[in-house]
Design a protein around this ligand. Structure first.
Ligand SMILES: [Ca+2]
Ligand SMILES: [Ca+2]
Ligand SMILES: [Ca+2]
Ligand SMILES: [Ca+2]
Length: 315
């Protein structure tokens, strides 16, 4: 019994941890001054953090998401970040008077003279309705070009989510094809979000947020803050009433999965660390769970477009 209680507590902590992954760039220390890339501006390479300069990377310590920065040159390479640029984690808000929407720090990318790529930690979810939102700020200045070529004077901002297993990309914003000045989105904090495919369509969901900036002037600056993945695990929603599972706890090697409507049911079962242990369809009510060891599991049942998440205990 004690073991069960412990597992339930562990499960609850896993769920609450999984419900929101975020960064507001508050954890790394904000260091003033410029960042100077010591790498070769002609070659694509990862950017390293330099002592006494703003952090461009952040390995997560378990709270905020971590991120890593890299650089890719123009087709005709420029000086990149080797000339010293205002990039990385900063406490200086845009134009000095547009406070960060969350906390007192954010991330700035400016005067790259090439391409700056900021990749965040991959995020695993079994959610039925994940989404991601963030704030960005584009300074008001004369951006050039329409971003369709990888050259100086072809400024561009692209923020997107990679679905790792599928290789699909979901744009939050992509200015390619437009002069950034023509979009009317400068000089203000903009909150933008994108809905991601749900575990109803894909049982394996690993996402990664990527920010790409191409620009070539110190007045051309992009700020980012309050990045948040949101999940709805559906534990409280109406679909709960559609399905029942019994016996629960189960000890006979099977559970009955019943529904208020007829038709084939798809059933996924995950262990406490989120590993999928069952992925099957059943046309009757009986689900074979004989291969599951004692413990607490999350069962997801979908039928006719309705998806529900339930807790299953195997004795
Ligand atoms: Ca912040
Ligand atoms: Ca530069
Ligand atoms: Ca420019
Ligand atoms: Ca322009």
């Amino acid at each position: 019994m004690k073991k069960i209680t412990f597992l339930v507590m562990l499960l609850i902590s896993v769920i609450s941890f999984a419900q929101s992954e975020s960064t507001s760039f508050e954890e790394p220390e904000a260091i003033g001054g410029d960042y100077t890339d010591t790498g070769d501006a002609i070659m694509a390479h990862d950017l390293i953090d330099n002592a006494g300069e703003p952090f461009v990377n952040f390995p997560s310590t378990g709270e905020e998401l971590g991120f890593t920065a890299s650089y890719a040159p123009y087709d005709t390479p420029g000086v990149g970040l080797t000339d010293g640029d205002s990039v990385g984690v900063t406490s200086f808000a845009p134009d000095g008077n547009y406070p960060f929407p969350d906390g007192v720090q954010g991330y700035k990318i400016s005067d790259v003279d090439g391409n700056f790529i900021l990749e965040f930690d991959e995020f695993v979810t079994t959610s039925t309705g994940p989404s991601i939102s963030l704030y960005f700020f584009i300074t008001e200045t004369g951006y050039e070009g329409d971003g369709t070529v990888n050259e100086s004077g072809s400024d561009r901002l692209r923020i997107y989510i990679r679905h790792i297993e599928e290789g699909t990309e979901y744009d939050i914003i992509d200015t390619t094809g437009d002069d950034i000045n023509d979009l009317g989105i400068e000089g203000q904090w903009i909150n933008s979000s994108v809905s991601l495919p749900s575990s109803y369509d894909f049982p394996d969901l690993t996402f990664q947020l990527v920010i790409e900036v191409r620009c070539n002037a110190s007045t051309e600056a992009f700020f980012f803050d309050h990045i948040q993945f949101d999940e709805s695990l559906g534990l409280e929603n109406n679909s709960q009433k559609t399905f029942s599972i019994y016996p629960n706890p189960a000890s006979n090697g099977y559970v009955n999965v019943t529904s208020t409507s007829s038709g084939v049911k798809t059933v996924f079962v995950y262990d406490v660390v989120g590993k999928q242990v069952i992925n099957t369809t059943i046309s009757s009510n009986k689900l074979n769970v004989s291969k599951l060891t004692s413990g607490v599991y999350i069962m997801k049942i979908s039928q006719n477009g309705i998806l529900s998440t339930k807790k299953l205990v195997i004795k």
